[in-house]
Design a protein around this ligand. Structure first.
Ligand code: COS
Length: 386
């Protein structure tokens, strides 16, 4: 059982502690027997299970009573799921990211989708990146041209998680109110809209549904527009403000799992006539890992708590959490591999799994390099106002 003492930190309320305990129990009961041999099928089944378990109600606002997202709950759920099963974390996370723009900025009609994604009967996806614009969102090429009472979308999206199995996509496209960031808009596009097709399925080191999508004369009506025309960039960034902290939380879950596995290993394994844990060099690794886990947790829940307390923007806090937690989780997992020796790289072992699971988190939803830009800009801007 991992260290749960962080739940007593002042960031949390009693409902968060209850949530963490209930989810821990649920994971122990339901996640042990997931068959990962067919990634799409496993993902569909996880979404359905998470819906039936009630966990997806936290992934989006209640359409009947839309308050705000509980970011601490989102982070606790991702941390816990990631510690048990990376694909379960993925399935939960994408239901939130895919509908984040609807939760935060959608109309009542658009929120009808949330009833289904929260129940696990519909799968959602966030379609922002393009072949020629990943980090530089403002440079996107995809267009949405006004046509009567609606818009016609043309272009490509890529690296779209849940691409191929999603029922609904949040799509960002250039509507041209102004050049660059101020000329983008966001749309709700059902997967069965004519002209939208999966151009290519993409395989990555930690398998999950992923695709390149093609949009050819995809017509949506005016009701598909999320927020105002020209606000797409800010809508995307406001969604990432919430969900970047949750990526950090998932990395924290992976790191905790690596630390737990290492603690068991170094106490069981005998070397030079004593447990591995007696060696000071091993203790040095354990100390670094424990410190990285706690420091990451502090940054994750600081960002989540700040958002939950009503801060309109937490770009700096979320970027710090994502940068530190994902980069340091990579280090923690690498140390865990080292402490496991040959077993550390054995295919099918937990450290090998974590080694593959962690890498993409340092890239998606804003690469580590982008997080540094966000942190530096916010820090410089704050210094100018003093
Ligand atoms: N909430 C609301 N508004 C925001 C915002 C946020 N979190 N972040 C930026 N904005 C606003 C800015 O205030 C600015 O508006 P004003 O000119 O009115 O002040 C506007 O949006 C443009 O912001 P900025 O000048 O910072 O845009 P850049 O084009 O320089 O982009 C980066 C900055 C690189 C940080 C941004 O493009 C980014 O985050 N890229 C990574 C994208 C990503 O995460 N991709 C992964 C997709 S999901 S797998």
């Amino acid at each position: 059982m991992p260290d749960q003492s962080f739940l007593n930190w002042p960031f949390f309320e009693e409902r968060h502690r209850e949530l963490a305990e209930a989810l821990e129990y649920w994971c122990g009961k339901h996640l042990g027997s997931i068959d990962h041999s067919d990634t799409d099928a496993a993902c569909r089944s996880l979404v359905s299970m998470l819906g039936q378990g009630g966990w997806l109600t936290h992934s989006a606002v209640d359409p009947a009573d839309p308050g705000s997202l509980d970011v601490r709950a989102l982070c606790l759920i991702r941390e816990t799921l990631a510690r048990h099963d990376g694909l379960a974390d993925f399935a939960f996370a994408m239901q939130g990211l895919g509908t984040g723009a609807i939760s935060l900025h959608g109309t009542q009609d658009q929120r009808a989708w949330l009833a289904r994604t929260r129940a696990g009967t519909a799968i959602s996806a966030f379609a922002l990146s393009e072949p020629k614009s990943g980090s530089d969102v403002a440079a996107m090429d995809m267009t949405a041209t006004r046509d009567g009472n609606g818009f016609v979308l043309n272009g490509e999206k890529t690296w779209i998680s849940n691409g191929g199995i999603a029922d609904v996509y949040t799509v960002f496209a250039r509507t041209g109110e102004a050049p660059g960031a101020k000329g983008l808009s966001a749309f709700v596009v059902p997967a069965d809209t004519p002209g939208l097709r999966v151009a290519e399925r993409l395989e990555v080191v930690a398998p999950h549904p992923l695709a390149r999508l093609s949009f050819e004369d995809v017509r949506v009506d005016a009701g598909a527009l999320i927020g105002n025309p020209g606000e797409g960039f800010k809508i995307a960034m406001s969604v990432l403000d919430v969900f970047r902290s949750t990526v950090a939380a998932a990395a924290l879950g992976f790191a905790r799992r690596a630390l737990d596995a290492s603690l068991a290993r170094v106490q069981e394994r005998q070397l030079f006539g004593a447990p591995l844990s007696d060696l000071q060099m091993v203790q040095g690794h354990i100390a670094d890992m424990a410190l990285d886990v706690d420091a990451a947790a502090l940054l994750v829940y600081r960002a989540a708590w700040t958002k939950d307390m009503g801060a309109p923007r937490v770009s700096r806090e979320a970027a710090m959490a994502k940068l530190y937690s994902t980069d340091q989780a990579q280090q923690v997992i690498d140390k865990a591999v080292q402490l496991h020796g040959g077993d550390g790289v054995r295919v099918g072992g937990i450290t090998e799994q974590l080694y593959r699971d962690i890498r993409a988190l340092r890239i998606y939803e804003g690469a580590s390099d982008v997080q540094k830009v966000v942190i530096a800009r916010a820090t410089l801007a704050a210094a100018q106002t003093v």
